[in-house]
Design a protein around this ligand. Structure first.
Ligand SMILES: O=C(O)CC1=CCC(=O)O1
Length: 268
């Protein structure tokens, strides 16, 4: 197990694989890095892979919630610095995609490409996030667990006899509530519209066709802000295609790196 003490927190991370290019995976609200398992196991022959739990999630420390996007970006920067990783392609899901955009804005020279999955330049409204924070602080996860699952996964995936679905539900039930609401505050306070317009590396924007948290229209709007971005839809997937449709997610990631990121490196 690997941990880095930095920025007044402790981050849990794992470095796998081998290769000049490093693929960094950043997770969504309420999830830890295990969500990438089925995708990453097929990439580690060709790439160095950095997986990590953002503060307040997984085995990373709670630190002092609420958090800001800048703190999450500084955490990732500290990890990358500590591990001396270069030529980064950052793949972020949902809030992890906001971390990816924020990291690029702060450290453009370190990034060769962005894969923005089921995310936005802005997710939801400040009012809705504040309402969610207050409801969770009063009543915990139980009353909204089914609603969150309905945003994460399609109906056909949300079956009692699907162990992967049950495992993901358990992951959220065990997620520290303050780490979760602390991250809701970071999402509430983040608007990356101007940063998205300035992205100047190959970017892939991906979304599940049944994503109810960051729907296809939002991801398409974000892709429209980012010069030259590709936009792809994964069928039969909700908000977490890396769990629900890992093979389709993997295919898009590989195709993007081969056709856009490597090509850009060769050309210039
Ligand atoms: O709304 C949800 O529960 C899903 C989600 C929104 C931002 C994020 O990271 O996850």
């Amino acid at each position: 197990m690997n941990f880095l003490k930095t920025n007044e927190t402790v981050l849990h991370y794992e470095l796998r694989g081998t290769g000049d290019t490093t693929l960094v995976f950043s997770n969504s609200l309420g999830t830890d890095y295990r969500i990438w398992d089925d995708v990453v196991r097929n990439l580690e022959q060709d790439f160095t892979i950095l997986l990590y739990d953002k503060r307040g999630h997984g085995l990373s420390a709670l630190a002092s919630p609420p958090y800001s996007l800048d703190q999450h970006v500084a955490d990732l920067a500290a990890l990358v610095e500590h591990l001396d990783l270069k030529k980064l392609v950052i793949c972020g899901l949902s809030f992890g995609g906001m971390i990816a955009q924020g990291f690029y804005a702060a450290h453009p020279d370190r990034v060769k490409g962005l894969i923005l999955c089921d995310t936005g330049h802005k997710i939801g409204t400040a009012e809705a996030w504040q309402t969610r924070i207050e409801a969770l602080q009063q009543n915990g996860y139980a009353p909204m667990l089914d609603d969150i699952m309905a945003r994460w996964f399609t109906e056909s995936f949300r079956r009692d006899d699907n162990p992967v679905y049950q495992g993901c539900r358990t992951m959220l039930e065990r997620q520290d509530l303050n780490g979760y609401t602390g991250t809701c505050a970071a999402i509430r306070d983040t608007d990356l519209t101007e940063e998205a317009r300035k992205i100047a590396v190959p970017t892939l924007c991906v979304v599940g066709d049944e994503d109810l948290a960051t729907p296809p229209a939002l991801v398409e709007e974000m892709a429209g802000l980012i010069p030259g971005a590709d936009y792809r839809v994964i069928t039969n997937a909700g908000h977490i295609p890396c769990v629900e449709q890992p093979q389709a997610t993997l295919t898009l990631i590989r195709e993007f790196i081969t056709k856009r990121v490597m090509q850009e490196t060769v050309n210039g």
